[in-house]
Design a protein around this ligand. Structure first.
Ligand code: NVA
Length: 306
């Protein structure tokens, strides 16, 4: 990593990107180094979680470490006490903080007040561990990343932003079909475009699903209402109604395209009822690969010779 932390895909040193995927695959197929023996991770989760919490807890155990789960009810980040106080206390007691937060700013504050690594387990703007697990899944399925085309349909949210950056880093073309109001955040779009240019890949936006899906190797979607956006539910469900990924949309992509979703999925909203069970769906492999990708991130941080 460029610094002690992994808060966004941009924290990865570009030449280490593929190595992170290869090391995840290597640990999936072979052994896991015991890099966390005698070490403790604090898992701060302000929002609910299935995949992220379980995959981190299992991964930390497989690497020889211990984890302590701290829900928002217990520590009330920024409410019961300031984020900086939580950070400075944990800095003296544990070896790594893994945090899922409402505001990305909380991660930055945790980072600024600690000497130990901070890993992003999802924020309002980024989910970099998901994007790495997704790249591992694509790599396993297609045997390569470079040159493939990813079509993201729906909200330009945390999942889309981290995926766009991961595509730019790994040489995949990225297209997003979203309503104009829900495009990727301008700063993330700009960064992704700059990196894509350096790596000779393309970044494309359209409000038209067909424009983006045609010829895609991967069709990806996520919920229309993310955690924290609940107040906008009605408006979002109506604005996104023509962005559902269903069998017809998938048929516009390549025959062997993968269907991906980070889950939880809302059948009947962003996907049709049977999409998760579609023969081209790799959603459960994606969920498993969170474990291996996150162990690779921990390895990168704790193994001096990575
Ligand atoms: N965009 C979703 C992803 C959940 C893993 C959310 O932030 O709620």
């Amino acid at each position: 990593m460029k610094s002690k932390d992994f808060l966004t895909i941009k924290d990865i040193i570009p030449r280490e990107f593929i190595k992170l995927i290869q090391s995840a695959k290597d640990m999936k197929d072979h052994q896991t180094p015991q890099l966390l023996t005698g070490k403790t991770a604090a898992l701060i989760f302000e929002k609910p979680s299935l995949r992220t919490r379980v995959s981190f807890e299992v991964g930390i155990k497989q690497m020889g470490g211990t984890s302590i789960f701290l829900s928002n009810n217990e520590i009330g980040l920024g409410i019961r006490e300031p984020v900086s106080d939580v950070a400075m206390v944990l800095d003296r007691l544990v070896d790594v903080i893994i945090a899922r937060v409402y505001s990305h700013q909380s991660l930055i504050e945790l980072s600024n007040h600690t000497s130990i690594p901070v890993i992003n387990a999802l924020s309002d703007i980024a989910h970099p561990c998901q994007a790495l697990g997704d790249c591992l899944t694509i790599f396993e399925q297609k045997g390569q990343l470079q040159g493939l085309s990813v079509a993201f349909i729906g909200d330009g949210n945390n999942i889309a932003g981290s995926l766009a950056l991961a595509c730019a880093y790994s040489g995949m073309n990225f297209g997003i079909a979203s309503p104009e109001k829900y495009q990727l955040k301008p700063d993330i779009w700009k960064e992704a475009q700059e990196i894509a240019k350096e790596n000779n890949t393309t970044m494309k936006w359209s409000s038209n699903v067909q424009d983006i899906v045609s010829n895609a190797d991967i069709v990806y979607t996520d919920v229309w209402v993310s955690m924290g956006d609940e107040e906008e539910k009605e408006e979002r469900l109506s604005t996104f109604s023509s962005y559902q990924v269903n069998e017809k949309v998938l048929s516009l992509a390549k025959n062997d395209c993968l269907f991906m979703h980070d889950m939880p999925a809302h059948r009947g909203e962003e996907i049709s009822i049977n999409m998760l069970d579609h023969p081209n769906s790799v959603v459960y492999q994606q969920a498993e690969n969170r474990l291996h990708a996150q162990k690779s991130v921990i390895r990168n941080i704790f193994e001096s010779s990575f």
